[in-house]
Design a protein around this ligand. Structure first.
Ligand SMILES: Cc1ncc(COP(=O)(O)O)c(C=O)c1O
Length: 454
């Protein structure tokens, strides 16, 4: 038996076992059938993962069986849904959330209460950042962070066009102007060169999105931001736990909505930052401009009602211990997809993402050769012949949404690489509860649909 020599304390920015860099190493160790790294400290987010890995380390065996044992999996696979809502939480997580809610019910501390600070401390810890301000949603976190770094009405903010609407809506909510820059292929993340081309005297900030959980080129974006004295707010709503989030920016926004890698029982988010000043501005603007610690006494002209409820924070505290374990499941499944689809990638039928350590595997995109007609035909074939549900997660790019402001804000947008990717991308099922059997069925369906007769 080989023992991995990886030292998580020296090779990642944070000492968490469950950050994406560490998880990728753990998954490689599991796949190799060897003992893996030990937890380096007792972090809430690592708790379930640490206990699972101690049982693996005492008797490594078949990694598929081990990973399958970590989450309840459906016995029969008659079809594969893209994201079955009733399986967003495991039975153990549901019990933990119910117990937490029962305690809140008892106290009736629904909106503010002690769970908020405790949740914020745990989120700061898992992000490896000094401060976290928990919010009512990831969208609220984006708005607060943009305002806190100084984005004001009329300012320009540079962002990509292939994200969830919240990204551009947060800019609109500040009264600012969204300016779309192109992305790099194949990851679909903001291209620093294109960002530099879109800077004007009115540009104040860059808003990169870690698309599908893959970290954008933050060092490249930081260099552009430094050249033009811009602020950076990361849309890390899909990238919880990704090594490097927060390292090159002023602040990052996280989402804990139920469909995210760590999903609660309703909407929630957080701003994470190393700046106590930015965190304070988010706190004040997030609750009516009130002075912290003083009831109904304002210190700012304006504020929102955008703080997390104590109820959701209490549920968040109860669910955070599964963060690392959920990340492990996703990362293991992503590696398994990459390996199983390698023959199709080598034939040029489709392109899979690189199994990169700066990835949370929120979604698993493949790029289908032949563009939109081939992609859509493949999607239909998978659904009809194999009952495998896939998705094109964001069906309309920002500059193609038919809204009253389209021409005014996005009429000049030229985004050839964004559009090229958009025509080819297909999302395969990937969630913490996806069973290995379901994944096998997706892979078989893809082989059958793309290599008929073999
Ligand atoms: C990239 C991205 N940005 C922002 C958001 C907004 O997060 P929330 O739904 O928590 O408001 C989401 C999630 O839906 C997202 O995926």
């Amino acid at each position: 038996m080989t023992v991995s020599t990886a030292d998580p304390g020296t090779t990642t920015g944070s000492a968490l076992l469950g950050d994406s860099g560490s998880l990728h190493r753990v998954v490689e160790d599991l796949a190799g059938g060897v003992r893996t790294i030990q937890p380096v400290r007792d972090a809430l987010a690592d708790r379930e993962l640490a206990s699972a890995l101690s049982s693996w380390n005492s008797a490594p065996g078949d990694p598929d069986l081990f990973v399958a044992s970590l989450f309840p999996e459906p016995a029969q696979v008659s079809h594969v849904p893209f994201l079955p809502k009733e399986r967003l939480l495991s039975p153990r997580e549901k019990s933990a959330a119910a117990e937490a809610f029962a305690r809140v019910l008892e106290s009736c501390e629904f909106t503010s209460g002690s769970a908020v600070t405790a949740f914020e401390d745990a989120v700061a810890d898992l992000s490896g950042m000094n401060c976290a301000v928990a919010t009512g949603s990831g969208t609220d976190a984006l708005v607060l962070a943009l305002r806190a770094v100084g984005v004001e009405p009329g300012d320009e903010v540079i962002l990509p066009a292939n994200s969830f609407a919240a990204t551009e809506n947060a800019v609109f909510a500040c009264g600012a102007v969204p300016v779309l820059a192109d992305v790099t292929t194949p990851d679909g993340n903001l291209d620093p060169v294109s960002v530099a081309e879109h800077v004007t005297p009115r540009t104040v900030a860059v808003l990169p999105v870690h698309l599908y959980g893959k970290l954008a080129d933050m060092a490249g974006l930081r260099a552009v931001a430094d050249r033009y004295a811009l602020r950076i707010v990361e849309d890390a709503c899909q990238a919880i736990g990704v090594t490097g989030v927060g390292r090159y920016s002023d602040a990052a926004a996280l989402s804990f909505n139920p469909y995210k890698n760590v999903g609660l029982c309703g909407k929630a988010g957080a701003v994470v930052t190393d700046s106590a000043e930015i965190a304070e501005r988010c706190r004040v603007a997030g609750y009516h401009g009130f002075e912290p610690g003083r009831k109904n006494v304002k210190c700012e002209a304006f504020g929102l009602n955008a703080r997390i409820d104590n109820t959701m924070a209490a549920i968040g505290l109860a669910l955070l211990p599964w963060t690392g374990l959920r990340g492990l499941r996703r990362t293991y499944l992503a590696r398994r997809y990459v390996e199983a689809l390698r023959p199709l990638a080598e034939e040029g039928v489709l392109e899979t993402p690189a199994f990169a350590p700066d990835h949370s595997w929120h979604l698993f995109p493949v790029l289908v050769d032949g563009g939109a007609p081939a992609r859509d035909a493949l999607r239909d074939e998978l659904a009809l012949r194999s009952r495998v549900e896939t998705d094109v997660y964001y069906p309309v790019l920002t500059h193609r949404q038919q809204t009253p402001v389209r021409e005014r804000f996005f009429g000049q947008a030229r985004l050839p690489r964004t559009e090229w990717l958009h025509d080819r991308v297909l999302h395969l099922p990937l969630h913490a509860g996806l069973s290995l059997g379901e994944q096998d069925r997706v892979v078989e369906a893809l082989h059958a649909a793309t290599r008929p007769g073999r």
